[in-house]
Every structure is written in structure tokens, then in C-alpha cells.
Design a protein around this ligand. Sequence first.
Ligand SMILES: [Zn+2]
Length: 110
Amino acid sequence: MHELSITQSVVTTVSERLPDATVRRIRLEIGRLSGVAADSVRFCFDMVAEGTPLDGAVLEITESSGRARCRSCGEEFEVNDLLALCDCGSADLELLAGQELLIKEVEVAA
Ligand SMILES: [Zn+2]
């Protein structure tokens, strides 16, 4: 499963940076065009976090919308899937946002 390895990468990244911390809360931002299903990340998280500094942490996920610019007419608009078309009929789109997967915030116990 794609999301399992992504969740493992997030947990590994935080564990390596904060090896002695107890993480209370972690917030991720997942773009709607990233191909990553937030629900699957939630599903994997507790299992992956077990035995790491993130064990028991609350996982919050913010899903961000995609934006694209049409290379034909220059219009900018919101897109929520990769099969988007501009109103002018062009499919020649430059994706500006929505493919990111970011760790936005990590809250550790004092
Ligand atoms: Zn257009």
C-alpha cells in the first residue's frame, strides 16, 4: 500500500529529528492531487507509530485544494483531480498546488 510507506517516511523523519521527544500531536497537509488518501494515512498511523516517539500522538490531516493555470488562456482555477480541463477546453495545465505532502506541525510533550 502506497500510504503505508508514506506514513512510515513521516514517522521515520520525525523520529530521527526528535529521537528523545514524546510527540503529542502531528499535523500533516496533504494536497488533493498528491494521490495520497488521507483516510489510509490515518488508518496506518497508529500501527506505524507504535514503539516510536510518535506512539500515542494525535494525527491531524489538512487536505489542501489543487490549483492549476491553463497554458492556453492563462486562467487560474481550483482543481481537485488530475483529469481537469480548463473552461476554454484546454487540458494543457500547469499544476500550481495540490501535490504536496507536508509535515506542518509537531507538538512535543514538555
Ligand atoms: Zn484555458
